[in-house]
Design a protein around this ligand. Structure first.
Ligand code: ZN
Ligand code: ZN
Length: 399
């Protein structure tokens, strides 16, 4: 990704589309009890092995949920309380916790997790219960207070991490990064803006912001505000979660093997859309550099759009656009196609995909995006693309 990509969001669900969805929820994820759990991407009948412990949280210490271990959590290389003080947020309630691979800071308020918000919502809530949290499960949603909601992100983020780690067969601490991934979840835009302004210095923070602090031990940060997601996408915990899944996919791809080169844009955005859409296809996120976000692929049903594009030969040659390095350079259509190609590769060629990931940061070989494809898949980008087109014409027909 770019040094600072704008983890943008888009009003992915126009009002008309939202109304259509409400009338026909069949395209949404499984609902209620019995929803599917996450599986190991290299062994699809084996449940994913998710590491949720040990974790540390001052409120859980006070509640005796975890062992009393006094500690001062550091984020941005200093005590979190010092960051809060520097930002002048003494009156804002906040909480910071540490999980096996993440440090999560939050000023989010309480919220309801609807079972229909994600394929994995019910299973995640069960995991939360197993960690010792108490809350009641209603007929179609669970209300979480601000504290428990942060731990819901612990479950979500560690599940996403476990999936990417299993997909790529990477078992290094933090996938190879020096320190855990830092996730800053702000309730409102003003505090997100102040944080980014002071510590990252980006100009466009109207979406989420990612940053790689490359000084050793290096780490990556993602900061976003729920109020922006509410205004631009939709209200509620599910829309924010999808926004986080998209952007954390970028952090993991860039953290993989302590990667410091640019990742091909189609890989970045393909993964971002893969990880958000497997939760729920309603809320899509786009990263764009400047100006207006993409206007294509704003409806949830991407398979039907892609099928039409491919059948009518409206797609542009993959050999050309696979060379793009900045996510913001991808058109809306290329965002959609990247998602489908990545999903197809994850489901059918995880080992070769990993071979491509491993070659990406090999500075001696210094392969270009097209050469990476040739190296990993043993064919030119357009040959791989042709195989994908045949898959689309067969599998997306009638969707
Ligand atoms: Zn806690
Ligand atoms: Zn993105």
């Amino acid at each position: 990704m770019t040094r600072m990509a704008i983890g943008g969001i888009v009003a992915a669900v126009a009002l008309a589309a939202a109304a259509a969805l409400a009338a026909a929820p069949a395209t949404g994820p499984a609902q209620g009890k019995g929803a599917v759990d996450d599986m190991n991407p290299r062994a699809p009948t084996t449940p994913l092995n998710i590491t949720l412990e040990p974790f540390w949280c001052p409120l859980c210490v006070a509640d005796k949920r975890i062992k009393a271990e006094p500690r001062e959590l550091t984020m941005m290389r200093k005590p979190v309380a010092a960051v809060v003080e520097q930002l002048g947020l003494k009156k804002t309630p906040w909480l910071a916790i540490e999980t096996p691979h993440f440090k999560i800071f939050s000023t989010l308020e309480d919220s309801s997790v609807k079972y229909a918000d994600s394929v994995y919502a019910r299973a995640d809530l069960d995991r939360l219960k197993k960690l010792g949290f108490e809350f009641s499960l209603g007929p179609d949603s669970a209300k979480l207070d601000a504290h428990v909601r942060v731990h819901m992100y612990q479950v979500r983020l560690e599940r996403q991490y476990a999936h990417f780690s299993a997909l790529t067969g990477n078992t290094k601490p933090n996938l190879g990064m020096g320190l855990p991934y830092e996730i800053w979840l702000w309730n409102d835009y003003t505090t997100h803006h102040e944080f980014v302004d002071r510590y990252v210095g980006g100009k466009n923070d109207k979406g989420g912001v990612q940053w790689h602090f490359t000084e050793k031990p290096n780490f990556q940060v993602f900061s976003c505000a729920e109020s922006i997601v509410t205004a631009q996408v939709a209200k509620g915990d599910g829309a924010l979660a999808n926004h986080v899944f998209h952007n954390v996919a970028h952090l993991l791809a860039d953290g993989y093997n302590n990667y410091t080169r640019e990742t091909p844009a189609w890989v970045e955005e393909g993964l971002g859309h893969y990880y958000e859409r497997r939760e729920n296809p309603r809320w899509n996120n786009f990263c764009w550099a400047e100006g207006k976000p993409p206007t294509d692929f704003t409806k949830p049903d991407w398979e039907a759009i892609i099928f039409t594009i491919v059948r009518r030969d409206k797609d542009t040659p993959f050999a050309t656009w696979c060379e793009k390095l900045q996510p913001g350079e991808l058109s809306g259509i290329e965002n959609g196609l990247s998602w489908s190609i990545m999903k197809w590769l994850i489901e059918t060629e995880p080992l070769r995909l990993t071979k491509m990931f491993e070659a990406m940061h090999d500075l001696d070989r210094n392969l270009k995006p097209g050469e990476l494809i040739q190296d990993a898949f043993g064919c030119a980008p357009n040959v791989l693309y042709q195989r994908w087109r045949e898959y689309v014409l067969k599998e997306y027909a009638g969707k």
